[in-house]
Write a protein that binds this ligand. Structure first.
Ligand code: AMP
Ligand code: GLY
Length: 427
C-alpha cells in the first residue's frame, strides 16, 4: 500500500515513524516533511494548500491512502477535495472539522446536546462582549472563534485583562479568527486530553495525555503550541474516560451524523476534570502536537489498519493494543519562541542522544544545511522516551536532552511534573 502523509511537524514525524513500521506499507511519502521525517518517508516538496497539486501527485503515484496531520489542512477541506477526486483519506471533512475550526459551532453543539462544558456567550461586536464581561466579572475566558494556532485564548484573571483581550481580538490581533469571540466561564480543575478514533458512527478510545502549554518551568510564561507531554494522564481514570466517551464523544458523533456531516478521524477531547466531573474545554479535529508523539510510542498495534477503518466506517469491532509503559516528550524550541526567533542555528549530538535507552527523537522544525541539522522553526525537536513510570521516562528524556548541543535552543526542565509528583506520593 502506498501512503501520502500531509504535514511537517513533530506530530507528522511520529506518524511517519509509526506508519513506516507497518508491514502493509510499500511506499510512504510526506509532504512537505522535514529533515527528521526524511529518515522514515520520502519527503516531497508539495504546497499542501494547493489541493489540485496534491491530487495530481496522488494520481501520478497511485497513492492508496492519504493521512492528514495538521488542523489548517483539515479546515481547508483537503479531505473533501481528495475524496471528491476519488482518493481515500484519513481525517474529517471541512464540515465535521468545525468542531475545531469554530468554537461557536462546538459550544452550540454542546448546548443542544447537553454536553458538559463551560457556560458561554458568543459575540460579534466588542461593546456587547465588554458589557457581558463587566456583568460576569473575572476570572473569565475570552476566545477567538476561529483557528489561531492554539494561541487564540486569553484566560483573564482580571476584568481589565479580559477587556483588553476583547479589544485585541476585535482590533485584528488574530486576523479574521478574532472577528467573533466566545466568552466563557472560568473552569477550575486539572486538564487532560482524551483521544478517540472515529468512523462517523463508532468511536475507538485511544489513550490519554497531558501537555504543558506554557513556555517556561512551573507553567509560567506565554501559551505555546505545547512544550511537552506525557501519556497516560493519571487524572483520567477508567471511570473518567468512560464518562468522556458517554457524555461527550458519543453524543457529538450522533449530533454530527444527524447534521449530515459524520465525523471521521481522530477526535481530540480537551477535558477539564472539575469537582463536578469532566467538562469539555475544546475539541480538536486531529492528533495533538506533541500528544501524538507519546501516543505513537505507546501504541503496540499497527496503526495503518486503524486509520483505514476510520475512513471506511469499520471501527465497530476494532481494537488496538498498547504498551503499559508511560511515554513522555520534551520539546526543544528556538530561544524567543513563541515570539520571534531566528532560523539556521546548528544542532549537534542528536545521534548520541538517541542512544539513551527508551529514547526516540522526532523532528518538528529542522532542515539540513551543508550536511548538518539546523533549526528551522519555533518548536524544533521532540525528545521522547518510554519508561516503566513517568518518572523513568522523564529521566531518560532529559538524559538525552543533555547530550544535545544547541546553544540557541531551550526546553522546560519539568515536563511531567504532575505525574511525577503523584508517583512520588506527594500529590
Ligand atoms: P483552548 O484553545 O480552548 O484549549 O484553550 C487554551 C487553554 O486555555 C486551555 O488548554 C486551558 O488551559 C485554558 N482554558 C480554555 N478555556 C478555559 C475555561 N473555560 N476555563 C479555564 N481555562 C480554560
Ligand atoms: N498540544 C495542543 C494541540 O495540539 O493543540
Amino acid at each position: 500500500m502506498k501512503i501520502l502523509l500531509i504535514g511537517s511537524g513533530g506530530r507528522e514525524h511520529a506518524l511517519a515513524w509509526k506508519i513506516a513500521a507497518s508491514p502493509l506499507v510499500t511506499r510512504l511519502w510526506c509532504a512537505p516533511g522535514n529533515a527528521g521525517i526524511a529518515k522514515d518517508a520520502e519527503c516531497v516538496a508539495l504546497d499542501i494548500t494547493d489541493h489540485p497539486a496534491v491530487i495530481d501527485f496522488c494520481g501520478k503515484n497511485a497513492v492508496d491512502f492519504v493521512v492528514v496531520g495538521p488542523d489548517a489542512a483539515i479546515a481547508a477541506g483537503i479531505v473533501d477535495d481528495l475524496n471528491a477526486a476519488g482518493f481515500k483519506a484519513f481525517g474529517p471533512t471541512k464540515a465535521a472539522g468545525r468542531l475545531e475550526s469554530s468554537k461557536n459551532f462546538t459550544k452550540a453543539l454542546c448546548r443542544a446536546n447537553n454536553i458538559p462544558t463551560a457556560a458561554y456567550e458568543h459575540f460579534n461586536n466588542a461593546d456587547a462582549a465588554k458589557a457581558y464581561i463587566r456583568r460576569q466579572g473575572a476570572p473569565i475566558v475570552v476566545k477567538a472563534d476561529g483557528l489561531a494556532a492554539g494561541k487564540g485564548v486569553v484566560v483573564a484573571m482580571t476584568e481589565q485583562e479580559a477587556l483588553a483581550a476583547v479589544d485585541m481580538m476585535f482590533g485584528g490581533g488574530f486576523g479574521a479568527s478574532g472577528a467573533e469571540v466566545v466568552i466563557e466561564e472560568f473552569m477550575v480543575g486539572e486538564e487532560a486530553s482524551y483521544f478517540a478514533l472515529c468512523d462517523g458512527e463508532h468511536a475507538l478510545p485511544l489513550a490519554t495525555a497531558q501537555d504543558h502549554k506554557r513556555a517556561f518551568d512551573g507553567d509560567q510564561g506565554p501559551n505555546t503550541g505545547g512544550m511537552g507531554s506525557y501519556s497516560p494522564a493519571p487524572v483520567m481514570t477508567d471511570a473518567m474516560c468512560a464518562r468522556v466517551m458517554e457524555e461527550m464523544v458519543k453524543p457529538t458523533l450522533r449530533a454530527l451524523k444527524a447534521m449530515g456531516c459524520p465525523y471521521k478521524g481522530v477526535l481530540y477531547v480537551g477535558v477539564m476534570v472539575t469537582r463536578d466531573g469532566p467538562k469539555l474545554v475544546e475539541y480538536n479535529a486531529r492528533f495533538g502536537d506533541p500528544e501524538c508523539q507519546v501516543l505513537m510510542l505507546r501504541m503496540m498495534s499497527d496503526i495503518v489498519p486503524a486509520l483505514i477503518a476510520s475512513a471506511d466506517g469499520q471501527l465497530k469491532n476494532f481494537s488496538l493494543r498498547w504498551y503499559d509503559d508511560a511515554a513522555l516528550t520534551v520539546i526543544m524550541a528556538t530561544k524567543g519562541y513563541p515570539g520571534d526567533y531566528g532560523k539556521g542555528s546548528v544542532i549537534e549530538g542528536l545521534d548520541e542522544a538517541a542512544k539513551v535507552e527508551g529514547v526516540e527523537i522526532f523532528h518538528a522544525g529542522t532542515a539540513v544545511k551543508d550536511g548538518r541539522i539546523v533549526a528551522n522553526g519555533g518548536r524544533v525537536l521532540n525528545i521522547c522516551a518510554l519508561g516503566k513510570t513517568v518518572t523513568e521516562a522523564q529521566a531518560r528524556a532529559y538524559q538525552a536532552v543533555d547530550r544535545i548541543q544547541w546553544p540557541e535552543g531551550f526546553c522546560r526542565r519539568d515536563i511531567g511534573w504532575q505525574a511525577v509528583k503523584r508517583e512520588q506520593g506527594k500529590a
